[in-house]
Design a protein around this ligand. Structure first.
Ligand code: BJW
Ligand code: ZN
Length: 260
């Protein structure tokens, strides 16, 4: 299933004439690399590990060891993982637009490894740690496996994974940059996210409010599907390479930006 051809064609036409593009990505784009998603029936991480035990500030206070073990396991699982055709196609789209800002909820670093030049991590990174008491100390990248858990901070406190847990604010600078990229883009894309976790889920809606054409790519309908101009049903590893190819052809045929 790859969506109706007319939806695909409208997406290609919109991308074909776009100068600025913002793409919000979620766990689904890394799934074909073998990274588990969070909420999918039968295989989502939160079905195996209760979210309240590993991904809240209370969990970090109560049982930092448990939270550290969870993120150490995630880091261990990433060792054998590489970017997939979805990440690579998105990275190659950099050359098609004046600006392509990838706003990612993922902490796996796969967009950067695939070569995307402008990546904003709004939920932090698996490879970075910071002081639990906000003394300002950060280590990037932090060695894996961690020498001890929880590792000591130089201020006498301890270090924590630099990821955004439930109930925590998103990093303000990154979130503001993401909002601005959304507001200013001509086309906004939502790639492989269930669109249930806020405020990140709202970023494509900001793009739409700013006048952008908005495209969703996901094998499943999401809570926000109705808000998109086009929803392309299928895996990002299939749809993004096809979009890349079609937009290149569209441009080569002299359509798109040159006719504006
Ligand atoms: C494919 C595919 C293929 C499969 N190709 N696609 C209302 C408004 C605002 C906030 C809230 C609100 N109600 C509640 C809140 C608070 C909360 C929230 O949103 N909760 C909801 C769950 C209800 N938000 C927060 O707490 C955020 N902070 C915040 O709001 O601060 C202000 C505040 C403070 C105090 C009180 C209230 C507000 C912080 C959110 C932090 C999220 N953290 C996590 C974990 C950390 C990083 C990590 O460990 O990896 O981030 S949770 C987890 O969910 C992770 C993800 O980044 C995030 C989003 O998940 P994602 O990426 O969408 O994954 P899935 O699994 O849900 O979906 C995968 C999709 O892929 C599916 O749709 C598949 O169909 C698809 N797919 N194969 C393409 N091949
Ligand atoms: Zn410290």
């Amino acid at each position: 299933m790859t969506g109706s051809s007319s939806g695909f064609d409208r997406a290609v036409a919109a991308l074909g004439s776009a100068r600025r593009v913002m793409a919000l990505s979620g766990a689904g784009i890394s799934r074909e690399s073998g990274v588990p998603t969070f909420r999918e029936a039968g295989e989502g991480l939160w079905e195996k590990v209760p979210m309240e035990e590993v991904a809240t500030p209370e969990a970090l206070r109560r049982n930092p060891l448990r939270v550290w073990e969870f993120y150490e396991m995630r880091r261990e699982n990433m060792k054998s993982v590489d970017p997939n055709p979805g990440h690579y196609a998105l990275a190659q789209m950099d050359d098609l637009f004046d600006e392509l800002t990838v706003v990612t909820q993922n902490i796996d670093g796969l967009h950067q490894r695939a070569g995307s030049r402008d990546v904003i991590e709004v939920h932090g990174s698996l490879w970075r740690v910071r002081c639990v008491d906000d003394c300002g100390h950060e280590v990037d990248p932090f060695p894996h496996p961690a020498p001890e858990i929880p590792p000591p901070c130089r201020c006498g406190s301890t270090l924590r994974p630099a990821v955004v847990l439930f109930g925590e604010n998103l990093p303000i600078v990154e979130f503001e940059r993401a909002r601005r990229a959304a507001l200013e883009c001509d086309v906004g894309m939502s790639l492989g996210t269930s669109s249930v976790v806020w405020p990140a889920a709202g970023i494509p809606l900001v793009a739409k409010e700013g006048g952008a054409f908005v495209i969703e790519v996901n094998p499943e309908e999401t809570e926000l599907t109705a808000h998109f101009d086009v929803s392309l049903r299928g895996p990002t590893g299939d749809i993004l390479p096809r979009l890349l190819e079609a937009v290149r052809k569209h441009r080569a045929a002299g359509k798109g930006r040159s006719q504006e």
